[in-house]
Write a protein that binds this ligand. Structure first.
Ligand SMILES: *Cc1c(COP(=O)(O)O)cnc(C)c1O
Length: 425
């Protein structure tokens, strides 16, 4: 089932038509389908069940409390990369013992908070961080479970900016070094090394990259075990790719599931994965209204009221998102139309040469597959307000993040009297 489909001439999210929703909420806004989120999670859970693999939702893909809570209720844990995300996961009802803390530069404050909460595991990404955790664990006198994030030195084949598992990327620790730290931790009173972790990148479409990385982590686990230490957990990261283009392939899930099974068998470890994008990308859209149509040389532009500050993926990663008009225009001619926002940047483009029918100001269009790395990456650039987020289930909907007022957006700023003080002196 597709959560976003045309019915009675209008694009619907579940059973709610997006034109009605746009009138209720105002554009632009993100819309998530609870049904689609649930379906995605359950499909993945089915694939991971035979290997006993746990799923921790990578909160950075979509940190709306409603999304985290929905996945948490279905049994997902959370993979967080900051104190803010950790607090969000807790506030959404994910139990602390299902939360993993990843991230390449955790501060002392963030580590202390995670230790205080007694989370499932902290994934250690550098020796500096390792030393800090040892110190904090001593001070707190509580057991802190850590995994060492290794750099498997594989190239995942995605966009350069989302590749994380190559030797020269900033993530993870080289294997030999990680093994030495693992041994060091095992001699520590309060730090318990429970396993190894990795995350090789994002939007990975070929199983071969995972296969190589799983082999690598199994080898390293063997090396650790050869020292007489146990490796009860392996955290395999996220990165499961989705299809943004019609002609693109999703990661072949059944094959991925088989890899998990053989890894579980080979290592005897409890496995964990941290998918973000795969769970939420297709479950969300960004709905926007056309402000103006213009021709610039050969190029036809639809200027819409959403912009790069609302959805930065096309600008940042040259990412492709499909564009679907809300009003069904099935049998009309289409022309390549570039969908751009009103922000004062030439890079403020949401879709290049999207095949679209003739649009006019006031028409609504939808940017598809926007549920991951969309709202979470939004900013207030150009004095624009963060866009609201709506969740639909069946014929019902709820605003799960409201649009702030301009006063609220300005409320954290203040005008100091530094100059008057200076001139009085
Ligand atoms: C970003 C990230 C993820 C999620 O990646 P997706 O491609 O969204 O699945 C998982 N784990 C870690 C450590 C990450 O940094």
């Amino acid at each position: 089932m597709n959560a976003f489909s045309y019915r009675d001439g209008l694009l619907h999210a579940d059973d709610v038509d997006l034109a009605t929703l746009a009138r209720e909420v105002g554009t632009p806004f993100y819309c998530y389908s609870a049904t689609a989120l649930e379906e995605r999670y359950l499909r993945l859970a089915e694939i991971t069940a035979p290997s006993g693999t746990g799923i921790a939702f990578a909160v950075k893909a979509n940190s709306n409390l409603a999304v985290i809570a929905l996945l948490g209720r279905l049994g997902a844990g959370a993979d967080v990369v900051s104190e803010g995300e950790l607090r969000r996961a807790l506030a959404a009802g994910v139990p602390a013992d299902r939360i993993l803390f990843s991230g390449v530069g955790k501060s002392v404050g963030e580590l202390s908070f995670a230790i205080e909460q007694g989370i499932h595991q902290i994934n250690v990404e550098s020796e500096t961080e390792f030393d800090r955790i040892l110190e904090l664990a001593d001070q707190a006198r509580t057991t802190v479970r850590i995994a060492l994030r290794i750099n498997p030195d594989v190239s995942a084949g995605g966009h350069d900016k989302i590749s994380t598992g190559r030797k020269t990327d900033k993530f993870g620790i080289e294997a030999d070094h990680a093994i030495a730290l693992y041994q060091g931790a095992s001699e520590h009173a309060y730090v318990e090394p429970v396993g190894l972790a990795m995350h090789i990148g994002s939007q990975i479409q070929k199983v071969a990259a995972f296969e190589a990385a799983f082999d690598r982590i199994a080898e390293i686990a063997d090396d650790v075990k050869a020292l007489g230490l146990s490796v009860p957990r392996l955290d395999l990261g996220g990165g499961l790719g989705v299809a943004y283009h019609d002609e693109e392939q999703e990661l072949p899930l059944a094959h991925y599931g088989e890899l998990l099974q053989s890894l579980a068998k080979r290592t005897g470890a409890h496995l964990m994965i941290e998918p973000g994008r795969w769970l939420v990308a297709g479950a969300g859209v960004l709905v926007t209204e056309v402000n103006a149509i213009k021709q610039a040389g050969e190029r036809r532009f639809a200027i819409v009221d959403a912009a790069m500050n609302d959805l930065i993926r096309p600008t940042l990663y040259d990412a492709h998102h499909p564009v679907w008009p809300v009003r069904e225009m099935a049998d009309v001619p289409r022309h390549p139309t570039t969908v751009a926002g009103p922000v004062c940047e030439s890079g403020d483009i949401l879709a290049v040469d999207a095949p679209l029918p003739d649009l006019s100001a006031g028409d609504l269009v939808t940017i598809g597959h926007a549920g991951a790395y969309g709202a979470v990456m939004a900013s207030g650039y150009n004095g624009r307000l963060l866009v609201p987020e709506v969740m639909v289930r069946g014929d019902d909907f709820a605003i799960v993040r409201r649009r702030p007022s301009h006063d609220e957006a300005m409320a954290l700023d203040s005008i100091p009297d530094l100059e008057t003080k200076a001139s009085a002196a």
